[in-house]
Design a protein. Structure first.
Length: 364
């Protein structure tokens, strides 16, 4: 299809969009709801684009349907099993991550209005919204994928969207060995530690594969034990038969109803857990985790953002200070080294692959 023909289709799509909006408002005003959106789209295309060939009309109807009730240019990308993450920048450019490498996608938004409409369709089923009063939102889609949206004035060049895909088929230890993420010896060492109910902290940067590694190693837990997970966005997909999954909740628009990871962690201690798994430690819940580890709830698993195994311990100390209890740093350090047994650091390599680069024993 030539550029001129494509521009003509875009113009027709805009006109039909306007017609659909007017007809839907009229139908709502009269109480009529007997025509589905897809039927209305095909009817409008037939009326407005009757001179076009049948294949072109079908393409136009699919484009309008995708932009009206689907996710617009993101629809095909989110259907691609090889896409790990989708990123939309303020100018409407779309980037994707495949096999750890970021590349620009062929898809793009025609303007900010189309992008904002897509954002609204993403958030509306989740009961969330983004506006000037609340210009940032972090949510979980129905398939478990995590979406983050930030809009102006915080995003200077226009709305920015990041969607991290969630795969139900998380790789196990054997898969990570075959891809070179860790060696058989490293896997055996970590599996033995988890089997012995030693606590493990996984560190790494953004997108380094911390959650994937945590999910794989958690399968080494005693299947008869009761595991309790706590996450900001439920990404862990454990295959043990006895697992309770908890997810935090942000405050409402009125500022009420917030449930933090710290709240979930405290509640999990009352749920008779054999193992506590925190998706990521990023705040004052670090102190609650250390307290749990030093009061009989050993064998916990968690992740933290850090650039090395040693830095991970320092970061846990800093996060523990955020609890505001005024504990001396040396006291927190003692709790830390008595509670955490191992730190495993994973990094993203220049070629996009992930690799365990350090396993450090922690001692008192």
């Amino acid at each position: 299809m030539s550029g001129a023909e494509d521009e003509r289709l875009v113009e027709l799509a805009t006109v039909i969009h306007r017609d659909l909006a007017e007809s839907r408002r009229a139908a709502i005003g009269s109480g009529r709801r007997d025509v589905t959106v897809e039927q209305a789209i095909r009817q409008a295309v037939a009326e407005r684009a009757s001179v076009l060939a049948e294949p072109t009309r079908e393409e136009l109807a699919e484009r309008i349907s995708r932009d009206t009730i689907g996710l617009g240019p993101l629809e095909d990308l989110l259907d691609d099993p090889d896409v790990e993450e989708v990123m939309v920048n303020g100018g409407g450019e779309v980037y994707v991550e495949r096999s750890g490498r970021i590349e620009q996608a062929d898809a793009a938004f025609t303007g900010e209005e189309e992008l904002r409409n897509t954002i609204e369709r993403i958030l509306a089923p989740l009961g969330r919204r983004v506006d000037e009063l609340s210009p940032m939102v972090d949510a979980r889609l129905a398939d478990g994928s995590r979406v983050n949206v930030i809009i102006p004035p915080l995003a200077v060049d226009g709305p920015v969207v990041s969607i991290r895909r969630f795969s139900m088929n998380r790789p196990g230890p054997e898969k990570l060995i075959s891809t070179g993420t860790l060696t058989e010896a490293e896997c055996e060492r970590l599996a033995d530690a988890i089997g012995a109910h030693r606590s493990l902290l996984i560190s790494g940067g953004t997108g380094s594969g911390k959650t994937t590694l945590l999910n794989a190693l958690a399968t080494c837990s005693d299947p008869s034990g009761r595991g309790v997970t706590g996450e900001d966005a439920a990404e862990l997909n454990l295959h043990q038969p006895h697992v309770v999954r908890l997810e935090s909740r942000p405050a409402s628009i009125e500022g009420r109803g917030e449930v933090t990871i710290r709240d979930l962690l405290r509640n999990s201690l009352r749920m008779r857990p054999d193992r506590i798994i925190i998706g990521e430690v990023r705040g004052p819940e670090a102190l609650d985790l250390l307290t749990a580890l030093n009061t009989g709830h050993d064998g916990a698993l968690s992740t933290v953002h850090a650039s090395s195994a040693e830095d991970a311990l320092a970061r846990i100390e800093v996060l523990s200070l955020m609890a505001g209890l005024g504990l001396p740093l040396d006291v927190i350090g003692v709790q830390l080294r008595r509670g955490i047994d191992l730190v495993c650091h994973i990094s993203r390599q220049p070629d996009g692959s992930r690799k365990v680069t350090e396993i450090m024993e922690v001692g008192p």
